[in-house]
Write a protein that binds this ligand. Structure first.
Ligand code: S3P
Length: 171
């Protein structure tokens, strides 16, 4: 039984890497935000606008809880998943990979993206990044530095780390 979670700040490539990784492993791929949007029948920005961020976070936690029953799957999470204590607890128990980048690279990528309600300005992004960085570091069993690497290379590094985990575990 194996489940891989990808965490990291907005724009770090959780979806792109998740898809590549799942294909390589022959696993299913689930993007929690996409699933949430599908189930709610409205976009994330709309959920934030209509019901507020706290409501979105509740839905996110429900999905995360549900995901712990899945098997042979790569799960891409939303960048703010680490903001809830319960989520951090749930992710700490899992095989979680943190996709790490310099903040400034990420800001350029996501700044003013209308589909990301928390990316409206640079100051906000900087504050969130500083706040979240230690949380990603804390919950993830593995940190993969992504700066200057292709998605393929990042995927290879994740698979290598998975193999090492296999070798080190009791059979
Ligand atoms: C969020 C990140 C988004 C999405 C929502 C909130 C955040 O996902 O979950 O807009 O708080 O950082 P991505 O990390 O895929 O952009």
């Amino acid at each position: 039984m194996r489940r891989i979670y990808l965490v990291g700040f907005m724009g770090c490539g959780k979806s792109v890497i998740g898809q590549h990784l799942a294909t390589k492993l022959g696993y299913a791929w689930v993007d929690l935000d996409t699933l949430l949007v599908k189930r709610q029948g409205c976009e994330i920005a709309q959920i934030f606008d209509t019901y507020g961020e706290a409501y979105f976070r509740k839905l996110e936690t429900l999905l995360l809880r549900e995901s712990k029953k899945w098997n042979k799957v790569v799960i891409s999470t939303g960048g703010g998943i680490v903001m809830q204590e319960e989520n951090r607890f749930l992710l700490k128990e899992e095989e979680t990979f943190y996709l790490a980048w310099e903040g400034k690279t990420l800001y350029e990528r996501v700044l003013a993206d209308p589909s990301r309600p928390l990316a409206s300005n640079r100051e906000k992004l900087e504050t969130l990044y500083e706040l979240r960085l230690p949380l990603y570091e804390d919950i993830a069993a593995h940190k993969v530095w992504c700066e200057g690497k292709t998605p393929q290379r990042v995927v290879e590094e994740i698979i290598k780390a998975m193999e090492e985990t296999n070798e080190n575990s009791c059979h």
